[in-house]
Each structure stands twice: as structure tokens, then as C-alpha cells.
Design a protein. Structure first.
Lengths: 120, 107
């Protein structure tokens, strides 16, 4: 069974760093892309970026390039999203999602989401 | 970036009604268009990919059509459990942008 299990809720202060995770199981981790999607409170879905763990090829939305870093560790089938200096505007739910490397590049499996709250 | 515009932003319909949501792309995306359903407090769920292919396990009352820049998601007979937000997403370009979403409510 394919599963993406994300790390738990985070409460941070502005300026702090953060790394959240997405643990994959039930499929060949290195053969699918993993994307990160932001959903701010009461708002829609935003595509942030994506990584191919097989070769670490990483792409970012122009809106998020330089604001976050996406990485993956093949040895523990886990993808990460990290910030070096959080802002209040980073408060949101963050989802990871699996994308096939062929076909129509849809998101066929999603994590349960990690809520991040940034407040002083 | 390719922009996606959904309409309407929200709708209210009765059980059994036929409901149609449209998604327009700012440039041609062939049929690289996916639809997702999101219920409150839950992760999105893939409904349709390649504009018209139903994801496994999704009820057949859902259907999709379109190619190029104009796409539709249709629910042939609205059910109470279909109350949710619906999002289109293009996967033609590397940044897979989403539409702004459509809220479907049951009257």
C-alpha cells in the first residue's frame, strides 16, 4: 500500500528555521517525483516545487525559489521541505504528493498534511 | 507561468442535479489537466487525469472533457458526499499550477 506520512504540527517564531518531512512507503521511492503543495488558511492549493529522488533533480515554482529548499534522502525514503528563516506568512498547511515520472504527471497519492504556524 | 481560471467560484445545487465546473488555461496545455476533490480538513484526492481519465475508485458520475485551453468537470447526479472544493491542475509545464478552486454545496 502506497503511503506518504508527514511529520507533525509545528509552531515556530519568525526568523526560526524548520525542516518538515514526508516518509514514503509501499513503492519504489526513486522512481516517482515528490512535490510540495502549500495551502494557506482558507485559500487554495499552490504548487511549490518537486524533487526526483532518483537523481535529486529539483524544480521550484518562481514564487518559492529561494524561499524554501526541497531535498530527499533515498536511504530512508524521505523527502523534506525546509526554511532557513520563517515568516508569519509561511503559516499554512503543507502537503507532499507523489507524481509519476511518466504519463500525465498527476498527484496520485498525498500525505496527510503538516500544519505550520509562525507567530511571535 | 500558465494560469488556470475556474468558474464558478462556488455553486449550490440539489441532490440529483447535473453540475459542471469549467477550467480555462492561459495557453494550450493539450490534455495535461487533472482534477482534485478536497473535503474540509482532508488532503486533496485525485479524481481525473489527462482531462478525461477517471482515477481508480472514483464514482462514474464524475466525468471530464476538454483539450487545449478549455476543460470541464461534470457530476452527472450530485450526491451529498460530493460537497467539497474542486481544483483543476495543469501538468503541462514544470510548475504544475492549480486553479483557484470551486466550492460545491448541497442545497
Amino acid at each position: 500500500e502506497v503511503q506518504l506520512v508527514q511529520s507533525g504540527a509545528e509552531v515556530k517564531k519568525p526568523g526560526e528555521s524548520l525542516k518538515i518531512s514526508c516518509k514514503a512507503s509501499g513503492y519504489t521511492f526513486t522512481s516517482y517525483w515528490i512535490a510540495w503543495v502549500r495551502q494557506m488558511p482558507g485559500k487554495g492549493l499552490e504548487w511549490m516545487g518537486i524533487i526526483y529522488p532518483g537523481d535529486s533533480d529539483t524544480r521550484y515554482s518562481p514564487s518559492f525559489r529561494g524561499q524554501v529548499t526541497i531535498s530527499a534522502d533515498k536511504s530512508i525514503t524521505t523527502a523534506y521541505l525546509q526554511w532557513s528563516s520563517l515568516k508569519a506568512s509561511d503559516t499554512a498547511m503543507y502537503y507532499c504528493a507523489r507524481q509519476p515520472s511518466t504519463g500525465y504527471y498527476n498527484f496520485d497519492y498525498w500525505g496527510q498534511g503538516t500544519p505550520v504556524t509562525v507567530s511571535s | 507561468d500558465i494560469q488556470l481560471t475556474q468558474s464558478p467560484s462556488s455553486l449550490s445545487a440539489s441532490v440529483g442535479d447535473r453540475v459542471t465546473i469549467t477550467c480555462r488555461a492561459s495557453q494550450t496545455i493539450s490534455n495535461y489537466l487533472n482534477w482534485y476533490q478536497q473535503k474540509p480538513g482532508k488532503a486533496p484526492k485525485l479524481l481525473m487525469y489527462g482531462a478525461s481519465t477517471l482515477q481508480s475508485g472514483v464514482p462514474s458520475r464524475f466525468s471530464g472533457s476538454g483539450s487545449g485551453t478549455d476543460f470541464t468537470l461534470t457530476i452527472s447526479s450530485l450526491q451529498p458526499e460530493d460537497s467539497a472544493f474542486y481544483y483543476c491542475q495543469q501538468s503541462y509545464s514544470p510548475s504544475g499550477t492549480f486553479g483557484q478552486g470551486t466550492k460545491v454545496e448541497i442545497k
